[in-house]
Design a protein around this ligand. Structure first.
Ligand code: SAH
Length: 345
């Protein structure tokens, strides 16, 4: 039988464990530091704990860390890592350099249970949720890569890799708590964005809990019929429900929401589509990220033409929307949005 992973223990559970052994509480703090800040690989390297204590830990727990199985760099600098999990499964994480900005794009599940028509991860199905330490380790690895490749620190973290973070709610929240804790990586929650396909119930929960980070919604159509064709989750979480959740979120946090919108040729790129988006954008203060479509194998969609794109942007801007155009990054190594599908494995 395999031993429990010591990194799945909460701080309290760790303190309780040491209390049972008759050890003082500061042992828990020391151990926590080895596990989450010094990233030791072996109990025997926890040199400020006595030898016997190290052996006791070894007898009770396993110590797991994620390792990059392969690392690829794109022509544009983007670095994609296939991360090997303790059970041998693989998830992908992407480091995206953009001037002073150095963004880590992390996965929250192995595969994904949703089946968005335009996303390559959908083909993998959902294999399992990631544990908090597995999400945390992606950030640690990308942070190290940021130093190694670019001599910079991570500035931002986006939950836009594989999986739907709000369908792995508790573990994702735990990972963010650790990433932002001074006893973890001490990163600012203002630098973190969670992107969801729109799980209304969980968006309400984020509002109730007044989580301190940013929210992005993968919108892609502001019309239920079209959105359901793109994303089947819209059948059970239609725009009216999302609108309610967004209002709740904004009331509770005061924060602006980001909408992600891929402009597909002859599907959602007409003036009418733009006007529907304008309408939706009035629900709460927001900005709109227009994402370039990254074609996927077997996909039936196409990126719109530059002319239709300009017309679309023009309508949004004339209506006063804040619009960013996001060019795709890392396309040549299948590291761009929607392309994460463990192809090299
Ligand atoms: N499940 C979450 C997070 C992962 S997807 C969500 O849906 O938001 C991260 C972003 O990439 C989403 O906005 C998604 O819609 C977008 N995306 C997926 N496939 C894409 C593709 N082929 N081209 C461009 N963007 C894509």
């Amino acid at each position: 039988m395999s031993l429990p992973n010591i990194r799945s223990l909460s701080q309290q559970e760790m303190i309780d464990f040491f209390a049972e052994l008759g050890e003082p509480a500061y042992r828990a703090r020391q151990t926590h530091q080895w596990l989450w800040q010094k990233h030791v690989r072996r109990f025997e390297d926890m040199t400020n704990l006595g030898k016997d204590l190290r052996s006791t830990l070894q007898a009770h727990f396993s110590l797991e860390h994620l390792e990059p199985a392969t690392v690829q760099q794109s022509k544009d600098g983007t670095v994609k890592s296939a991360m090997r999990l303790p059970d041998g499964k693989i998830v992908e994480s992407v480091l995206i350099p953009a001037g002073k900005r150095m963004t880590a794009c992390v996965s929250s599940q192995v595969g994904c249970s949703l089946d968005c028509a335009f996303c390559a991860t959908a083909a993998l199905k959902r294999m399992r949720n990631l544990e908090p330490d597995e999400i945390y380790d992606q950030v640690v690895t990308l942070n190290r890569q940021a130093e190694e490749f670019f001599n910079q620190k991570l500035s931002n973290i986006v939950f836009m890799g594989m999986g739907e973070p709000l369908l792995n709610y508790t573990k994702v929240m735990e990972s963010i708590a650790k990433i932002t804790s001074p006893e973890g990586l001490g990163m600012s929650p203002k630098r973190i964005t969670l992107s969801t396909s729109g799980v209304a119930k969980m968006m309400h929960r984020m509002a109730e809990e007044q989580v301190p980070f940013h929210l992005a919604l993968s919108l892609h159509a502001a019309n239920d019929d079209k959105r359901t064709q793109l994303m089947s989750i819209n059948a059970t979480n239609p725009l009216s429900m999302l609108a309610e959740a967004l209002r709740h979120w904004h009331q509770a946090t005061g924060r602006r929401v980001t909408y992600e919108f891929i402009v597909f040729k002859d599907f959602n790129d007409s003036p009418q589509d733009a006007r529907e988006l304008v309408e939706f954008s009035r629900i709460v203060p927001c900005k709109i990220n227009l994402i370039e479509y990254n074609p996927i194998e077997g996909g039936s969609f196409e990126q719109t033409t530059p002319e239709r794109f300009e017309r679309f942007v023009g309508i949004l801007e004339a209506a006063g929307c804040i619009v960013n155009v996001r060019r795709s990054r890392g396309k040549d190594i299948d590291a761009a949005c929607g392309q994460l599908a463990n192809k090299t494995h």
